[in-house]
Design a protein around this ligand. Structure first.
Ligand SMILES: Nc1ncnc2c1ncn2[C@@H]1O[C@H](COP(=O)(O)OP(=O)(O)O)[C@@H](O)[C@H]1O
Ligand SMILES: [Mg+2]
Length: 267
C-alpha cells in the first residue's frame, strides 16, 4: 500500500498585477484518503490542485509531500516528486493523435521506468484496473466521454503514483457515467491506498465519496471537515454553496449517507 500525506501552509498565488488567486491556504490531506476540494467556478480549485501536485509553484507558502517541502526544491528534485503524482485532467486531456496504448505508455517511456517489452502488459493491467479491455489500438476520438476518462485514469496510474489528483473528474459526463467514475475513484483508493485529491463543484458526489472535504471561496479556505460536518455546517458561505449548487446538478438526489459510509470506510 502506498499513499502519502500532503500539508499546505500559508500558500498564496499572486499574479504579476498583484491579484491573489490563492490566499494563505492551509490544508492537510491525509495519507490514503479521498479529499475533495470544493468551490464555485473561478474560486481557485484548479490552481490549488496544481500547487499541491507540484505543477505550479506558489508565490509564497510551503507544501510538504510526505516530509519533503516542494516549495524549496529545484527542478530536478521536483521532477522526481512529480513522478509520484498522477493527474487526471478535466475532460481527460488525452493526446488525440496517439492511440490509447501510446497515451498510457507515454509517461513510462519518458521516464523509462519499465523495459519496453514489458509495457504492453503494464498498459493491459492499468486498463483492467479501470474496467476497460482491448481498446489499446483505438484513438481517443473513437471512445465515449466515460471511456476517455477511464483512459485518463489508466494513464495517471501507469507510474504507480502515491498521489492522484483529479480535476473535475465527472464534468461533462452524464450522471450515471459520472457515478461510475466516482465509484472507480473510491475503488482505486481502496486497491492502492493512494492519496486522492478530487477537485469538484459537485457537492452530492463529494459527500458520497470523500473521507474529508475542503471548501474554498475566492482563493481562501472556508472550511475543512468530514462530509457529515458539511451537512451540519452553520457557516453561511457553506450553506449557500450547498443550496445553490445542489439543485443545479443534473440528476441530483439527496446523498444516501448509508452508502456514503460504506464507500468511505477506507483508511
Ligand atoms: N495563469 C493565470 N493567469 C491569470 N489568471 C488566472 C490564471 N490561472 C487562473 N487564473 C484566474 O484565477 C482564478 C481561479 O482560477 P482556477 O484555479 O482555474 O479556478 P477554478 O478551478 O475554481 O474554476 C480565476 O479567476 C482565473 O481566471
Ligand atoms: Mg478549474
Amino acid at each position: 500500500m502506498s499513499g502519502v500525506g500532503i500539508t499546505a501552509r500559508g500558500v498564496s498565488m499572486r499574479l504579476p498585477d498583484g491579484r491573489a488567486i490563492l490566499r494563505d491556504v492551509g490544508l492537510e490531506i491525509h495519507s490514503g484518503e479521498v479529499h475533495s476540494i470544493l468551490g464555485l467556478s473561478g474560486s481557485g480549485k484548479t490552481t490549488l490542485l496544481k500547487c499541491i501536485g507540484a505543477l505550479l509553484r506558489p508565490t509564497s507558502g510551503t507544501i510538504c509531500i510526505g516530509d519533503e517541502d516542494i516549495a524549496a526544491m529545484d527542478e530536478t528534485a521536483l521532477n522526481r516528486i512529480r513522478r509520484r503524482i498522477g493527474f487526471v485532467f478535466q475532460y481527460a486531456a488525452l493526446f488525440d493523435s496517439m492511440t490509447v496504448f501510446e497515451n498510457i505508455a507515454f509517461g513510462i517511456r519518458q521516464h523509462r521506468t519499465v523495459a519496453e517489452r514489458h509495457i504492453p502488459e503494464v498498459v493491459r493491467q492499468r486498463l483492467h484496473e479501470v474496467n476497460l479491455e482491448g481498446v489499446e489500438e483505438q484513438y481517443p476520438s473513437e471512445l465515449s466521454g466515460g471511456m476517455r476518462k477511464r483512459v485518463g485514469m489508466a494513464r495517471a496510474l501507469a507510474m504507480d503514483p502515491d498521489i492522484l489528483c483529479y480535476d473535475e473528474p465527472t464534468s461533462g459526463l452524464d450522471p450515471v457515467i459520472g457515478r461510475a467514475i466516482d465509484d472507480l475513484i473510491v475503488a482505486t483508493r481502496d486497491a492502492r491506498g493512494v492519496t486522492s485529491v478530487v477537485v469538484s463543484h459537485d457537492i452530492g458526489a463529494a459527500l458520497r465519496i470523500s473521507n474529508r472535504m475542503t471548501m474554498i471561496d475566492d482563493g481562501a479556505v472556508v472550511m475543512t471537515g468530514l462530509p457529515e460536518e458539511f451537512l451540519q455546517a452553520a457557516d453561511p458561505r457553506v450553506c449557500r454553496f450547498m443550496e445553490e449548487i445542489a439543485p443545479l446538478r443534473t440528476g441530483y438526489e439527496t446523498p444516501d449517507l448509508r452508502s456514503a459510509q460504506t464507500l468511505r470506510a477506507g483508511p
